[in-house]
Design a protein around this ligand. Structure first.
Ligand code: G16
Length: 538
């Protein structure tokens, strides 16, 4: 019997995220895990994959989950050595070993440590995040659950590769890196990349003291021949060295400064806590995640495993429309989905898209069912190696062909939840009257609350953010984050398209000034949140 009733916390865009102290309450993690085990599909003899980003409390929950899996009839659990599996590596292991699903322990880019964040997400048999139907069922179960099952067994040694028995179940401790590194070697032209490395191409990969360190060291330094020290902050730490493992221009500022300075290597890259996000910066050139998706899609033929098989491109709604122009030019389909990687799963499974991405620094393909930070870095390397050009040259050539979507996201973090809800409600209330109104130089063409109908299973996801589209193709999007753990986070996404004939080398802030002013006028951000400036601009 649980000693603390579960409070029915609803999993957000990426599973359940709470402070470590919340997860440490007796019965809390157990009740959530049991709710997962009670509702997810699995046959007799099922395999569960278990791993996390190594943050504080990771090992404790892994031991709990092993005992509970044994009591719940799993035949086998595959655990990454040391409790480590990056999110994309976990997705790969689920698929490769035909597991019924996996528990991935992470709060992604949120900070770690005894007073910071922890999280649990469930991925289904295709390797992807549980779709909404499953997360809703898990949530419903958490509100009624009255018991959880476990076996009496001591903690196992998580650091020794091999097989041990817990109850009637086999626990296999596996090398967390090997399968993933082998997959990358199958997808990309490692010889071409080794070639530019031998000719002096340099890079800096910041693993942010998080999970990608061992993966990046193996792939970049051991297999591709980059110099020792190419991977910095490469040892996963339980508190990520006290930093936010979020690869954006604020939290990866040291990398950004390096790349804008005189000693910049050819490529700068970083990944987040659990290894699914990526940051790409060329020498003197930051690439927005939205542009990165478009540029990777436009050049995907450079990578052996993707030659002649691009079927379509998907992007989340707040992601800029840069990828749409590539899809149109290449004659492939383009899909606009709600925020959350789970919405790409059906499209990837059905072969309707090959590559997908999000403004929140996520890019991936049909090789797994998660976004994949190192994969994106390797695809960039592959493209640069084959084309023999720099990041900056590639970006300029891309804009000269497709035009440039100037883009930024403004985050207002930890704002009062009631104020944030009131702001969104007020936006909804004016949706019908916005069209035709002028805000400075901008006139609203259309405003709506984004709703998505999955083309594969017909499921509808409503209320996925407010879109305000202006005449001329620029827009502002408002959305509340689903991944924060304190108060609410308001995200304002700003976009302005410049055709190839326009100014392709302007300052992003200046290009978005009208949209920023319009966003304040329409949403009353200062009035509702008490904030006059965003906390983070990316
Ligand atoms: C998670 C999801 C992403 C999504 C992001 C949105 O990212 O996996 O697909 O884009 O949340 O975050 P928010 O709701 O805060 O805007 P991650 O990297 O945290 O797992």
């Amino acid at each position: 019997m649980p000693t603390t009733p579960f409070d029915g916390q609803k999993p957000g865009t990426s599973g359940l995220r709470k402070k470590v102290k919340v997860f440490q309450q007796p019965g809390y993690a157990e009740n959530f895990i049991q709710s997962v085990f009670d509702v997810v599909e699995r046959g007799a003899g099922a395999t569960l994959v278990l791993g996390g980003d190594g943050r504080f409390h990771n090992r404790a929950v892994i031991q709990q989950a092993i005992r509970m899996a044994a009591a719940n009839g799993y035949a086998r659990v595959l655990v990454g050595r040391g409790g480590i599996l990056s999110t994309p590596a976990a997705s790969n292991v689920i698929r490769k070993y035909k597991a019924s699903g996996g528990l991935v322990l992470s709060a992604s880019h949120n900070p770690g440590g005894p007073d910071e964040d922890f999280g649990i997400k469930y991925n289904i048999a295709n390797g992807g995040p549980a779709p909404e139907g499953v997360t809703e069922a898990i949530h419903a179960r958490t509100t009624t659950i009255e018991r959880w099952l476990t076996v009496e067994a001591a903690d196992i040694d998580l650091d020794a590769v091999g097989i041990v028995e817990v109850g009637d179940m086999n626990v296999e401790i596996i090398d967390p890196v090997a399968d993933y590194a082998n997959l990358m070697e199958e997808l990309f032209d490692f010889d071409a990349i080794r070639g530019i490395v031998a000719s002096g191409f340099t890079m800096c990969f910041d693993a942010m003291s998080a999970v990608t360190g061992p993966y990046a060291t193996e792939i970049l330094e051991r297999r591709l021949g980059f110099a020792a020290g190419t991977v910095v902050n490469g040892i996963p730490l339980e508190d990520f060295g006290g930093h936010h493992p979020d690869p954006n221009l604020i939290h990866a500022k040291a990398l950004h400064d390096l790349m804008m300075g005189p000693d910049a290597p050819d490529l700068g890259a970083a990944s987040d806590g659990d290894g699914d996000r990526n940051l790409i910066i060329g020498r003197g050139r930051f690439v927005t995640p939205s542009d990165s998706l478009a540029m990777l899609a436009a050049n995907i033929e450079c990578a052996p495993a993707y030659r002649n098989r691009l079927t379509g491109i998907a992007r989340s709604m707040p992601t800029s429309a840069a990828a749409d122009r590539v899809a149109e030019a290449l004659g492939v389909r383009c899909f606009e989905t709600p925020t959350g990687w789970k919405f790409f799963g059906n499209l990837l499974d059905a072969g309707m898209v090959t590559i997908c991405g999000e403004e929140s620094a996520g890019t991936g393909s049909d090789h797994v069912r998660e976004k994949d930070g190192l994969w994106a870095v390797l695809l960039w390397l592959n493209i640069l190696a084959v084309r023999g050009i720099s990041v900056d040259e590639l970006a300029r050539l891309h804009w000269a062909r497709f035009g440039r979507n100037y883009y930024a996201r403004h985050d207002y973090e930890g704002v009062d939840k009631d104020g944030a809800d009131a702001l969104m409600a007020a936006l909804v209330a004016q949706l019908d009257t916005l069209a035709g109104q002028a805000f400075g130089a901008l006139e609203v063409a259309k405003a709506d609350s984004f709703s998505y109908t999955d083309p594969v299973d017909g499921s509808v996801s409503a209320n996925q953010g407010i879109r305000v589209l202006f005449e001329g193709g620029s827009r502002v999007v408002f959305r509340l984050s689903g991944t924060g753990t304190a108060g609410a986070t308001l995200r304002v996404y700003l976009e302005n398209y410049m055709p190839p004939s326009g100014d392709l080398d302007a300052d992003t802030g200046a290009m978005l000034a009208d949209q920023i002013a319009a966003a304040e006028a329409i949403a009353g951000i200062a009035r509702h949140t008490g904030r006059t400036a965003p906390d983070v601009v990316t």
